[in-house]
Design a protein around this ligand. Sequence first.
Ligand code: SF4
Length: 392
Amino acid sequence: MQVAIVKYQEEKQTLRKAIEMCEGLKDLKRGDRVLVKPNVVAAGSRKIPPHGMTTSPEVMTELLSILKDLGCDRITIGEGAIVLKELKLDTNRAMVWSGLQPVAERFGARVCDFNEGNFEEIELLGNEIEVSKEVFETDFFINVPVLKTHNQSVVSLALKNLKGCLSFKSKKKFHKMGLDDMIAHLGRRIPNHLVIIDGIYALERGPLLGSSLTVPHRFDLIVAGTDILAVDMVGAEILGYSIDDVPHLKRYGELSGREVRLEDIEILGERLEDVRQPLEWTLAWSQHILDEAGITGIHFPAPGISLCSGCGYTLFVGCANFALNAKGRKFDKVYICAGKDIEPRADAKDVVLLGQCAIEKNREYKDALKVKGCPPKSGEVTKCLEQLRAIG
Ligand code: SF4
């Protein structure tokens, strides 16, 4: 198992060097259908550059240029970004925000929105899971995640990036059935011919740019190889995490029936110890928004891995908009619950249940303020929080 680590330099063909080192395109044939899966998880604010949250136009430009040079004319860029009509979020917006839409147009690559259908059903842990057919119909699959930490999966690299190939419905099932296990099982079913981690920027306390917790750092690294576990392990190590720190990597190793140790991976190019820059990850989701606004007495425990990404996004926005107008207010023992696992503490005076999962989990709280929806709308989350009685 070989994994290349190369320092990224603009217009110096460093991606080409990384791919050559790990012989990442040796099985690609002229005329093959190529599917490139970047990480373009969602569109963000126009005021914030997408650094570290989505795969960069720089890496995609160099990759598509290499593929064109090799005679590949049937290139598809596939992604299924978060869709929230209320916030005007969809794959198209995410592709534009990330800067990848112009790259696709420049190289004549087709963009496939995985949310739009044409799925193949596969069974994972007794669940029917819908995966875009594109994934199985391509000749060559290239997985291009970003080097980032993630509040639900510690790191989000190539294995986690595969979740973007699912239908929205199946993504929700992943959170219900156990995110780490499902990611590992999905990874066993999708053939990855080449994995390239875009580490031009690395994201600390990811995944959501716009949160004050989340910080992009310029790393200028490319990590590439053909073994998804080995590449993810090296990416995680750069961020300061071993395979034992990342449950979905560990599980994938177990399912593969091989005990992969870092020492078994031949690292080419840069030395790992020279490029390792540990970054923090945190489970925190929205409590810090309230704390930073000086709002006291409202407890919003991190919902953990059971919260779907769409729900996480709307709660974050809904909570941030509430905090804007409630700066410095005092409340008394308010508990906000979201996701499938969180219950209010016994001493709660007011309970807020956000989303269908929290409502079902806490049926006995008849007097709770509730926002229905799966996911709930951010505007309704804000309105609901505005009904809370302040004590100061
Ligand atoms: S309510 Fe939220 S966490 Fe629950 S299934 Fe719907 S989107 Fe997922």
